[in-house]
Design a protein around this ligand. Structure first.
Ligand code: NCD
Length: 328
């Protein structure tokens, strides 16, 4: 009997038609996407690069900025954008994500933008279809376009738009790292570009095991303030704790949390003059971030939102063209 060689698992995350995660991404691909987004920033005029195509947002979880940003990005490249949400679709009748994705693809869409509460959902979709697939956030796993837009924000603020070489920059990510797909994508992108990254939070939200992502881990925000070139503040994702812990809060009281980890005006005053403050949104004002800092001179929070459209234009273009070029 002849043994059949096992079929190697194709590395779907490396396919240029899909952007599923930034962990392990080829730094050349990362820099090419960022350089393309920077060129959109220099010339934001609409194009017809995706004329005649339709981009479908499959959002099985709530979103404000990511969904609207993908819609505006698709339109700016000449495509149509359509939306499916789980309420009011056959998802509520028990259809699987893969079947929903195949159904929408069969209508002739060029790209599926997927947000889902389960880690790996975008990978499942990418395996089920042949069109472009973009992960817009899967559970606690990754949110790659957010990682790209955060990297672009830092590059712009620190004069690295030509090289995307982040050597010498130190970035602190503060808050609920354990629940955060944004933190995972940020660490992957920023490390790949050469920055040093520290994740900061109380032990329940920033456990030491996070070091396996390639970052440092600290429980002392005050000790990090003077060295950071950018601080990304994160929301406490209470809704994800509820799912895992039967409702028990791992952070104690909000008052205690604020004492240790909120970015107050006093703390912001101890940052380097050139250092910026970021937040992926949605902000819980005066919980993780003082309103005065969110609206203050260091804040790049709305700039992140603006740059998100440029990033998504670049990513949509690259992935749809790759899918059409048969890069599978
Ligand atoms: C985040 C998300 O949904 O992952 N927001 C975003 O996409 N900008 C973070 C959050 O929900 O706190």
């Amino acid at each position: 009997m002849t043994a059949t060689a096992p079929t190697p698992t194709p590395d779907i995350a490396a396919e240029p038609r899909a952007l599923l995660e930034l962990a392990g991404i080829d730094p050349a691909r990362l820099r090419a996407l960022l350089a393309d987004a920077a060129s959109v920033l220099r010339d934001p005029a609409p194009t017809d690069a995706l004329a005649g195509r339709t981009v479908a947002n499959l959002f099985f979880e709530d979103s404000t900025r990511t969904r609207l940003s993908f819609t505006l990005a698709a339109r700016a490249e000449g495509a149509e954008a359509i939306d499916l949400t789980s309420a009011g679709s056959s998802v509520s009748k028990g259809e699987s994500v893969a079947d929903t994705a195949r159904t929408v693809e069969a209508m002739g869409v060029a790209a599926l933008v997927v947000r889902h509460r389960s880690a790996g959902a975008a990978h499942v979709v990418a395996r089920a279809v042949r069109c472009a697939v973009l992960n817009a956030g899967d559970g606690r796993h990754e949110h790659p376009t957010q990682g790209l837009l955060d990297a672009l924000t830092i590059a712009e603020a620190h004069g690295r738009l030509d090289s995307f070489d982040f050597s010498g920059l130190r970035i602190a990510i503060v808050g609920d790292i354990a629940s955060s797909r944004v933190a995972r994508s940020d660490v992957a992108a920023l490390r790949a570009l050469g920055a040093s990254v520290v994740c900061v939070g109380p032990p329940a939200l920033a456990p030491d095991e996070l070091a396996c992502l390639g970052c440092e881990v600290s429980q002392d925000l005050d000790a990090q303030l003077a060295d950071a070139d950018a601080i990304q503040m994160l929301r406490i994702q209470f809704e994800r704790h509820d799912a895992g812990s039967g409702g028990a809060s791992p952070v104690g009281s909000i008052h205690e949390y604020r004492e240790g980890y909120a970015l107050s005006p006093e703390r912001a005053a101890r940052m380097k003059p050139s250092a910026i403050v970021m937040h992926p949104g949605p902000i819980n004002r005066d919980v993780e971030l003082s309103a005065a800092v969110a609206d203050g001179p260091r804040s790049r929070i709305l700039r992140q939102v603006t740059l998100g459209v440029a990033v998504r234009r670049a990513v949509l273009r690259a992935s749809v063209h790759a899918a059409e070029g048969g890069a599978r």
